[in-house]
Design a protein around this ligand. Structure first.
Ligand SMILES: [Zn+2]
Length: 349
């Protein structure tokens, strides 16, 4: 009879729920599961009985029995969760919860920008060379055609260091903090023969009073190309390409004659101001042009000092201040920010 089965269903529910609350451990839960939800459990037996009814009655009873089955299964899940989290005294752990983010640093903007320039040069077949920051006067000045009376050697410009190098030929070497990266070019040429294409990034030191555009330590990138038949035209092409790659194809360059003791002829390379597009702004001092770098054809005396036959080979060299270019690139207006270690500044890169 349908009423009998309905009564049985109600009884199972009452008993199962009552027993559920007294379950203490996994073994008891399992016993409870087998008793009510197992293959030979109370519900299975009931389903078997329901199967013997006519369609309409079967549907009605089947629905009620299924609901009870679902309810008991949910209780089973809750019970095993309960023993998992409390039964063994363990904390519950949700492995799908998002973790606590670990703060990560970034490269310093100067390093990022140096990497950027170096990548442009390497793509054009240049080699990156680095060397010491404490340098012999011989390499920093003499061999670069900057004789004893050259104004750059003045102690107001250069940090001289008490020599620690033992005397050779009865003479102490004078030692300085390098004022430019050019000595690395000389050292590089001691182990290389032309043709060469190299760039030298690195830190340099000058005895400057610190202000928004001067620091006693700064970064420079110099380059050197030596080969047969190298001309000013090659130099212009290379430097124009590099500036376009860095700042955009729309920039123009102009060349002004200038003097550096290690080149002949020497040039200043200016780039059209990309901030005001040559309309004139405070960054370009209303001229529409920005001084980007010094350059020139390597002086024959310097070539000879490098052990290169200046009758056979020519070359060009250039040097740029990485700090200044980085400031233009990112729109930084004070050089001192780079060296302040101020996280509010550094976190923007
Ligand atoms: Zn401008």
């Amino acid at each position: 009879m349908i009423d009998d089965v309905a009564q049985k269903l109600a009884n199972i529910k009452t008993k199962a729920v009552a027993e559920f609350f007294s379950l203490q451990n996994d073994a008891e839960i399992e016993k409870w599961r087998v008793k009510y939800l197992g293959r030979k459990g109370a519900l299975s037996a009931l389903f078997e009985e329901i199967g013997k009814f006519r369609t309409e009655e079967r549907q009605y009873l089947g629905k009620a029995a299924n609901e009870l089955k679902k309810e008991l299964e949910e209780k089973l899940r809750a019970a095993s969760d309960r023993t998992k989290s409390h039964g063994k005294g363990e904390e519950s752990f949700d492995e799908t919860a998002p973790g606590i983010p670990v703060p990560r640093g970034t490269k310093h903007p100067l390093t990022q920008f140096t990497d950027r320039i170096c990548a442009v040069f390497t793509s054009m077949g240049f080699e990156i060379v680095e060397d010491r920051e404490v340098e012999k006067v011989e390499y920093n000045f003499d061999k670069l055609n900057m004789p004893d009376n050259h104004p750059a050697r003045d102690m107001w410009d250069t940090f001289y260091i008490k020599s620690q190098i033992p005397p050779a030929n009865g003479m102490f070497h004078e030692v300085v903090l390098r004022t430019h990266t050019s000595p690395v070019q000389l050292r590089a040429m001691e182990t290389r023969k032309p043709p060469v294409r190299l760039v030298v990034p690195g830190r340099c030191y000058r005895h400057d009073a610190t202000d928004a555009s001067h620091e006693t330590g700064f970064y420079q990138l110099e380059g050197l190309v030596i080969d047969k038949g190298v001309s000013v035209a090659n130099m212009i092409y290379v430097l124009d390409s590099v500036l376009k790659r860095l700042f955009g194809n729309f920039v123009k360059i102009r060349i002004r004659p200038s003097f550096f003791p290690f080149v002949e002829p020497g040039h200043e390379i200016d780039m059209s101001c990309m901030i005001c597009e040559q309309k004139g702004c405070s960054v370009c001092s209303k001229t529409g042009w920005l001084e980007m770098m010094g350059s020139g054809m390597v002086h024959p005396v310097v070539l000879n000092n490098m052990g290169v036959d200046s009758e056979l080979y020519t070359g060009f060299a250039f040097g740029m201040g990485i700090d200044r270019l980085m400031m233009l690139y990112y729109g930084v207006d004070d050089i001192r920010l780079s060296y302040s270690g101020d996280l509010r500044f550094l976190k923007q890169f």
